[in-house]
Design a protein around this ligand. Structure first.
Ligand code: 5CA
Length: 437
């Protein structure tokens, strides 16, 4: 893509409510535009990043055998009345009436809807276990939407639901998802820490939040810092390995302020290992047994020919929140550097261009064509702004690799730079190798 053709409304004017860096950067770099409080349009650059995150989430869900589907955003109130959550959910739920006067709502989550789908089709233990997910918009009428895409009213979420015969098998599904989440976040360059959590309006008795460290995070976290040293490489998806992985994580204290207790912290963690900071919740998983399957009557015939209720869990990842969370994690000293796996482009070519000299632009176009042929997603800054304003712009856009075609580039060698590293003068062949994924 040539930047002159990209719809990227870069702006300097920030509204006063943009207090944290991810919110500021997303507005400045033209990634999003607010359309109402806590509701955003995703412009091409922001949308591209979100799609990359979505794809990583999708691949990792598919890897553990979860099946993708798509449920609607609008749901009927009836099933929520059956589960008893229609009243409980309160004002966070956006309630709507259709032209017939039927009560509808914009789904804040999908436990009821998926249970209703499941109960009408699954009759026997032979069809269990099952793991289903979708990636869909949700709406929660938050009292105080803030921090841009981090706490908004409409947001994009991956939600998965597990269905098992009994508690033991359901815990296996939970552990599988637990490990899969760690791998998913790792692919985005994030070290997410699982923390025992309260279950809130979703319910149940077992739950973990996955939190990444960020000063601006809304959750205060308390942990034994040795938890950072856990090596995921030594684990796999076998039942026994998952069990050991869970045990290793639970052996270290790691909680958010909801569950924090100073006395316990001092007892369980030596002073030198105590670590207190802020974090962003990027995922949350729940095991709630028959909380929904019972009132919604989702049962099956077990091996003994008796009726039994399905045991369920649900597993969320904040796909749109992750765009902001990644910026909080990687935006340092006014400069953004996306991890390669989610960067909007693989590399940007920045030629130094002036009115009398279009040679650098011509050279850049040739590099562009070469890289395109190799399936490298490249952005060419073909504007005639001076180099220093181009650099400032690319500090915002955050593409991790730059090819600078200017005074340092000789004949067929070019200045190649990984952001925040020293540049080197190399030929196109070397550049291609460096960009190989
Ligand atoms: N049904 C369960 C699991 S699917 C559920 O809804 N869990 S949740 O409430 O914890 O949400 C899952 C994830 O969505 C959170 O971890 C968070 O990353 C994201 N999320 C929740 N609320 C918002 C919000 N207001 N704005 C942006 N992202 C949000």
């Amino acid at each position: 893509m040539y930047i002159s053709q990209l719809f990227i409304p870069i702006t300097k004017n920030l509204p006063s409510e943009a207090k944290i860096k991810s919110h500021q950067l997303m507005l400045r770099a033209g990634m999003i535009k607010q359309s109402a409080a806590g509701i955003y349009s995703w412009l091409p650059l922001g949308f591209k990043v979100m799609k990359k995150i979505e794809q990583i989430v999708r691949e990792e869900q598919n890897n553990i055998g979860a099946q993708e589907m798509l449920m609607p955003t609008i749901q009927s109130a009836d099933i929520w009345k059956e589960s008893g959550r229609y009243e409980d959910y309160g004002q966070e739920m956006l309630r709507i009436k259709d032209r017939q006067g039927r009560e509808m709502l914009y789904g804040p989550t999908n436990e009821e809807l998926i249970t209703e789908i499941f109960r009408s089709s699954v009759k026997s233990y032979k069809s269990l276990p099952q793991l289903l997910y979708h990636i869909q918009w949700k709406f929660r009428d938050e009292i105080r939407p803030r921090f841009g895409v981090m706490r908004c009213r409409e947001f994009f979420m991956k939600d998965a639901y597990s269905f098992d015969q009994d508690e033991q098998s359901a815990k296996k599904s939970y552990n599988k998802m637990f490990f899969s989440y760690l791998k998913t976040f790792k692919r985005m360059g994030l070290n997410a820490i699982p923390m025992a959590a309260d279950t809130g309006p979703i319910g149940g008795d077992l739950s973990h939040e996955f939190i990444i460290i960020a000063e601006t995070g809304e959750s205060k976290i308390f942990l034994d810092k040795r938890i950072f040293e856990i090596n995921l490489e030594k684990y796999n998806f076998s039942e026994e390995s998952l069990e050991r992985m869970r045990n290793e994580f639970s052996s270290y204290y790691a909680v958010t302020d909801e569950k924090f207790n100073q006395k316990e912290f001092n007892q369980k963690v030596e002073k030198k290992n105590q670590f207190t900071t802020n974090g962003i919740e990027v995922g949350h998983i729940f095991y709630f047994g028959d909380k929904y399957s019972k009132p919604l009557n989702c049962s099956f015939d077990n091996q003994d020919g008796k009726k039994s209720t399905v045991k369920m869990g649900s597993y969320g990842i904040g796909v749109s929140r992750l765009v902001g969370a990644l910026i909080e994690a990687f935006y340092i000293d006014g400069r953004m550097k996306w991890p390669r796996s989610v960067s909007p482009f693989d590399v940007v070519i920045i030629p130094s261009i002036n009115k009398n000299n279009k040679e650098n632009l011509e050279k850049s176009k040739r590099i562009y064509d070469e890289l395109k042929k190799q399936n490298i997603d490249v952005l060419l800054d073909d504007t005639d702004e001076n180099l220093s304003s181009k650099f400032m712009k690319h500090d915002l856009i955050g593409i991790p690799f730059q090819i600078i075609v200017g005074s340092k580039s000789a004949e067929e060698k070019f200045e190649f730079k990984e952001v925040n590293m020293k540049s080197e003068i190399i030929d196109l062949k070397r550049i291609k190798q460096k960009l190989q994924k």
